[in-house]
Structure formats: structure tokens, C-alpha cells
Design a protein around this ligand. Structure first.
Ligand code: SF4
Length: 706
């Protein structure tokens, strides 16, 4: 095959366009070899980052699992025929359900699954397994921004406008996101704001994105970790006090301004400076710049969202956007930068414990009736709301909790908070099944591992960070022993005598998904593979008979009265743990070379060579105080665990803060330290504010390689 296939990157939500050409067909022992090139598309304009450029190496990886693997009595894995593996899984699922109830079976999905797989996984869990216990790793990424968007606008779409709209902005405020490393082609869309001196980056670290503000391109605001909510309340206070609000917009398009004004009265600039460390003049300059009326966007990311108060922080960013009259207007707006490849679509089609397809609430009788009609079952046969991801994982091994777990497209041993507790919970299960391409750290603990197709070997759709539904296309045949998840769901459903149908044809599943979504907030009913293949830019909501919605909220918000809600939020006053002797605040995040848990990118030689290990970033003054040398070994500890890694001494971080990437397993796993406390509204864990102690290791403590 020499023809070239147009598809998109398997990794992040920018979904850069690429073209794949097979250079060598799959053999029984290896996947195909593929040549890869960037392709013109509005978000990436032909560019790719190094993750994207090297993505095809995984298709042919020698690490790939090419047949089902069964755990043996001695703890090793041995290959098995598909029939044998599926029969065993069906038997254990049915047995576990009969003995301990349907809710003893859990399903954990992923934000990288296609819309079709995410939809079918939700249906399979609820109908074939009868369990309410389904959730996904998007709970770790997007749930706080989603909750904030839903309560303010009545709808959650990461960017309610195309990415290209940013090109014309004079001011862009980025809070807690580092796209220069996580999605490099995106930063081309910041050039207009940089040329106008209006790129403002809020981050405790001087990241690659923060450095884009140098040479007059903007400013870097470097607050104390976890003080973002106070910072935003302070900005709202200044905008109101200096009468910089857009009163016409507030009067005609919103509800709640008076209460909001009262709620921020205590956050005068000097008090905000004391809490955040950001000088009052910088606060005032920032507020005035945002209100300059020259085309302003406010964008949030995981840095401000992955907190126990993440929903309130995202809400405060929205409140600031609303009083400035930015949302749903020309050349201005608010959005959140979704991380995972299908983080947006993954939360629209039923993987979340509280949702049905079309972003419908599972507790809404009308929503249940509609979806039950499409599934041809009685509404009462659809279970109610389950547990969000962190609670679901915490229930493993607990009385009345999960005893059998199916994991699809997630590596929870590395990506979930309080990782040692998660590992112990997985070990306490009666039965663990993992679908993956590789022996991820989670797959290595499974009873059965099922090998599944990679992105270049399958058709489907993804929904990008801007709410655009795009086509993933099959470029190469999968190796003989590998199957798609859609096939696995069908085979298991048949063995379990499940009601409804489970097609293996992605186009058919998409059509069913579109019908199930009809009339819901994320309405895909006007979409089909045929329409997408014509090259139409398809932004949801896309009801039948429409042409989609590139820009939301132009005339009205999604609440019944058409108005946005300003929901007043309150900040707790920080106890400043970093000021206590010897205690530092740990931030976790991503590196340019790796994606999420690193299960894929750590297997790409070029990426692994460039970033083979986690390094703890800390300030030179802190390093000197602790006796830590650049490249020296350290222990990072708290009550939950210990991480042992080398140090990277850098001026790019505050003296009271340290940073660890979360892509690495074992003794370098940052999530051994993070807490599984969650946001009460969204269920999102606190990843960005963990107290730790750092200790330099002597050579003999580290061993021979120290
Ligand atoms: Fe892939 Fe994201 Fe890199 Fe684009 S920016 S190539 S979508 S990882």
C-alpha cells in the first residue's frame, strides 16, 4: 500500500493533522511501518511536536502485545487464544456480579478513546454489566473546568470558539497552562498577542510558555502555588473598583453581579499581594490590560484546575471574563485548554459516572427515556449515577467496593493520585482486565491483558479542544492477533447475554451515538462519517439540519433564560505551608517529550533518550539550603510515599516550590506523593499543591550508580 491516509495525532487535544503512508505491512510478529508527515489544518498549520513526529514508531514497537495474555499461577503471563481469554473474562464478570452484585464490577475508561469506543464502553458497562461504577481518567484533567462551564454557561465545551480566533487577539491571559511544551504548534496562535505586548502567563514556574512573554511580548505573573483563586478574586475586585466592567453586557447577558461584587470586597490588592506574592502594581496593570477592549481572551489549564478548589477557581476565571464582557463576543472569549486527545468527546458520550450520551444527566428521567429508546431497553434497566474516578479507585478492596475492574486506555498506577494506595487496591481485586497496546504499569498487574488496535489501525472520531469533531482513519492493517475494543465489547456482550446491539463498525456506532445525543447538550445528530469525510468543519452542537456551531454563546447562554450565571466563590486563606521550615510545595506536570503516564512515549527511543527519567526541579537557593547538587540524588517525601530521583537546579521555579513530571513509574512516580482529596463539585483531585520534604542523598544511600 503506498496511498497516503489523512488522519490526526494520537496524543493531545490539539489533534494536529497528519498524513500516514505505509512503508512495510504488518507481519504476524510486528505492526506495520509507517511514514508520517504533518498536514495543513487550522490548529497546527502543518506543524507537529516531537511526540507527534515519532508517534508512528509505536505501531511497530517490539514491546507491543500481539495476543491475549493470561496471568499464570506462578505470576508470569502466557499467551492465550482470544476465545479462551474472553470466555474467562465473561465467566468472572458474571460470577462476580452474581456473588457480589453488579456494582462490584467497575469500568475505568480513558480520554484517549475515540467517541465510538467511549460511547460503547458506557453502554456496555450499564447494559451488559449492569453497573453504575464507570468513570474515566478525564476526571483527573477536565472535570473542574467542565463543572465551572456548566454552572456558568449551562454548557461545557473547552474552547467555545475555533483556535484560529486567538490569532487576532491583542491580549491573552493564560492561567496554569504550558502549551509551549504540551502542544507546541498551538503557540503560533499567540503571535498576535505577543506582537501587541499582551501575552500574560500566570504560572509559579518560568515555563517555556512564560518565557514567550520576554522581550516586550507580555508579562509573567508568578504567584504562590495554589493561590490562583485569590489572584482571580483580586483581579475581579480591581476591575469592579476601577469601574472597568462592561455594564451593558452584565445587564443584558448575566445574572448575579451584585452578589459577585459583594463576595470579592475583601480581596483588595494589598491583601491579594500578601496571599499570592504578586505585587499590587502588577495586579492593577493586569486588570487594566484585560479591560483595554483590544480583543481579550482568558484561557485556563490544569495548573489552576487540578485543585481541591479547582471548580471555584475556573468559576472565578469565568466571572472575570463575564464582568469584562468577553464571552460570546467578537474577538474575545474565555476557554479552557483540554489536554487529552479526546478529553472533550470522552466526557460527552457516557464514560462519566453521572452522564449519558449527548452530555445528558443520568439522573434526568427524560434523558434516560431517550437513551433507553435508542438502546431498545426499559429506562429502569439503566443504572443510576456511580462514583467519580478517585472514589471508584478508592473503593477497590473496601467492603462493598469494586472487586472486578476493566481498564481501557488508562494507566492508573502512574496517573492516579496517591498511587501506592491505587496499587494496593488493584492488588486486592478479585479480577483485573486491562486493554492496552503495551504492558503498562497497570497492565502488568492484570489477570488478563487484551491487545488492542492503535490509532493508525482504526476508524473513529475524536473531538478536539475546540469542540470540532474530526475523523481518525485506518492507514494500516493491524497485526493479526490484535482486536478493536468495539469487537471486544461485542464478544463479551454476546457471552453475557446482554440486551441491545454492539456493532463493530465504527460508522454504525457513530450513527447510533448521534441518535442517542439528539436533543442533548452535545448534540451530534446532524453528523455522519459521510459529512465529516467531505471535509466539513464540524463543531458541536450539530443538530440534524444545522451546520454546527463554531462559536457558542453569540446570542444566548444555554441556561433556560439565556443568561450566564456569575456564581460567587470564596477562597480559603492559605496556611502558607512553604513558610514552615523545611516544607516545600510540589507541583506536578508534563514535559515536552512525554504524554500522560508515559506508557507510550517512554517506549519511543528518541523521546526516552531525551528525557529518560524524572528530575526534581528546585531553585538554586533552596538547593543550597538543602545541600542538593544539580544532578544529585534526592528523596522527596511526605506521609503518602517517597520519590527518589535526581535534582535539576533551575532559576525557573520559586524558592518555595519544587516540580516533578508525572510521566514516570516506580520510585520516580510523582503520584506516590499527591493526595487523593478531591474537589467537592467536580471530583477532580488535588495534583498541584502537595507538601513535601526534600533530602539530599549521600552516595552510599543511593548505591553504586549514585
Ligand atoms: Fe500531537 Fe499534540 Fe504534539 Fe500536535 S501538539 S503533534 S496533537 S502531541
Amino acid at each position: 500500500m503506498t496511498e497516503t491516509t489523512a488522519t490526526h495525532c494520537p496524543y493531545c487535544a490539539l489533534q494536529c493533522a497528519m498524513a500516514l503512508t505505509q512503508t512495510e505491512a504488518a507481519t504476524p510478529g510486528r505492526g506495520a511501518r509507517v511514514a508520517l508527515a504533518g498536514r495543513a489544518f487550522p490548529t497546527n498549520r502543518g506543524g507537529l511536536c516531537k511526540k507527534g513526529w515519532t508517534a508512528a514508531e509505536l505501531i511497530n514497537s517490539p514491546d507491543r502485545i500481539l495476543e491475549p495474555m493470561l496471568r499464570q499461577p506462578d505470576g508470569s503471563f502466557a499467551p492465550a487464544a482470544w476465545d479462551m481469554a474472553l470466555n474467562l473474562i465473561a465467566e468472572r464478570l458474571a460470577g462476580g456480579r452474581a456473588e457480589h452484585g453488579a456494582d462490584s464490577v467497575g469500568v475505568f475508561g480513558g480520554g484517549g478513546l475515540t467517541n465510538e469506543k467511549a460511547y460503547q464502553l458506557g453502554k456496555f458497562a450499564r447494559l451488559a454489566l449492569g453497573t453504575s461504577r464507570i468513570d474515566y481518567n478525564g476526571r483527573f484533567c477536565m472535570s473542574s473546568a467542565a463543572a465551572a462551564g456548566n454552572r456558568a454557561f449551562g454548557l461545557d465545551r473547552g474552547l467555545p470558539f475555533p483556535v484560529e480566533d486567538l490569532d487576532a487577539a491583542a491580549t491573552i491571559l493564560i492561567l496554569g497552562s504550558n502549551p509551549a511544551q504540551t502542544m507546541p504548534p498551538f503557540i503560533g496562535h499567540l503571535d498576535g498577542a505577543r506582537a501587541a505586548g499582551g501575552l500574560i502567563v500566570v504560572d509559579p514556574r518560568r515555563t517555556a510558555t512564560a518565557r514567550l512573554t520576554e522581550n516586550g511580548a507580555g508579562s509573567h505573573v508568578q504567584p504562590t502555588p495554589g493561590s490562583d483563586l485569590v489572584l482571580l478574586l483580586g483581579l475581579i475586585n480591581i476591575v469592579i473598583a476601577e469601574k472597568l466592567v462592561d455594564q451593558d453586557y452584565i445587564d443584558s447577558r448575566t445574572i448575579g453581579f451584585d452578589e459577585l461584587r459583594r463576595s470579592v470586597g475583601q480581596w483588595w490588592p494589598e491583601r491579594v499581594q500578601a496571599q499570592t506574592g504578586v505585587p499590587t502594581q502588577q495586579l492593577r496593570d493586569l486588570a487594566r490590560r484585560l479591560a483595554s477592549g483590544r480583543g481579550t481572551y482568558i484561557l485556563t489549564g490544569r495548573g489552576v484546575e487540578q485543585h481541591a478548589d479547582g471548580t471555584d477557581t475556573a468559576t472565578a476565571a469565568i466571572n472575570l471574563s463575564l464582568i469584562l464582557g468577553l464571552v460570546g463576543t467578537d474577538h474575545s472569549g474565555y476557554g479552557t485548554l483540554t489536554g487529552q486527545g479526546n478529553g472533550q468527546g470522552g466526557r460527552e458520550h457516557g464514560q462519566k459516572c453521572d452522564q449519558l450520551p449527548g452530555y445528558r444527566k443520568i439522573t434526568d428521567p427524560a434523558a434516560r427515556a431517550h437513551v433507553a429508546g435508542v438502546w431498545e431497553v426499559h429506562p429502569d434497566s439503566i443504572p443510576g449515577a456511580g462514583l467519580p474516578a478517585v472514589e471508584l479507585l478508592a473503593s477497590m478492596g473496601e467492603s462493598g467496593g469494586i472487586r472486578t475492574l476493566l481498564v481501557h486506555g488508562a494507566n492508573v498506577v502512574v496517573s492516579a493520585p496517591n498511587a501506592d494506595r491505587v496499587r494496593a487496591g488493584l492488588a486486592a481485586l478479585d479480577f483485573l482486565v486491562v486493554c492496552d497496546f503495551f504492558f503498562s504499569e497497570t497492565a502488568a498487574l492484570a489477570d488478563v491483558v487484551l491487545p488492542v488496535t492503535q490509532w493508525a489501525e482504526e476508524d473513529g472520531t475524536m473531538t478536539s479542544l475546540e469542540g470540532r469533531v474530526i475523523r481518525r482513519r485506518t492507514a494500516v492493517a493491524a497485526p493479526a492477533g490484535v482486536r478493536s475494543e468495539l469487537w471486544i465489547f461485542q464478544e463479551l456482550a454476546r457471552r453475557l447475554d446482554a440486551p441491545s446491539r454492539y456493532s463493530t463498525d465504527p460508522a454504525e456506532v457513530f450513527d447510533e451515538l448521534a441518535r442517542a445525543s439528539a436533543g442533548g447538550p452535545a448534540d451530534y445528530s446532524g453528523l455522519s462519517y459521510g459529512l465529516l469525510d467531505e471535509g466539513q468543519a464540524a463543531y458541536w452542537p450539530y443538530p440534524a439540519g444545522s451546520t454546527g456551531t463554531p462559536r457558542l454563546f453569540r446570542d444566548r447562554f444555554q441556561h433556560a433564560d439565556g443568561r450566564a450565571r456569575m456564581f460567587p466563590v470564596r477562597a480559603r486563606v492559605a496556611d502558607a505551608p512553604a513558610q514552615q521550615r523545611g516544607i516545600l510545595t510540589l507541583i506536578t506536570g508534563r514535559l515536552l517529550e512525554h504524554y500522560q503516564s508515559g506508557a507510550q512515549t517512554r517506549r519511543v527511543p528518541e523521546l526516552a533518550l531525551a528525557r529518560p527519567e524524572a528530575r526534581l526541579q528546585l531553585h538554586p537557593a533552596t538547593a543550597a539550603q538543602l545541600g542538593v547538587a544539580d544532578g544529585g540524588w534526592v528523596d522527596v517525601t511526605n506521609s503518602r510515599g517517597v520519590v527518589r530521583c535526581r535534582a535539576e537546579v533551575t532559576l525557573s521555579i520559586r524558592h518555595d516550590t519544587v516540580f516533578l513530571p508525572f510521566h514516570f513509574p516506580g520510585e520516580q512516580s510523582a503520584n506516590r506523593l499527591t493526595d487523593d482529596v478531591t474537589d467537592p463539585v467536580s471530583g477532580m483531585p488535588e495534583f498541584k499543591r502537595t507538601t513535601v520534604r526534600v533530602r539530599a542523598l549521600a552516595g552510599e544511600e543511593r548505591g553504586a550508580d549514585a
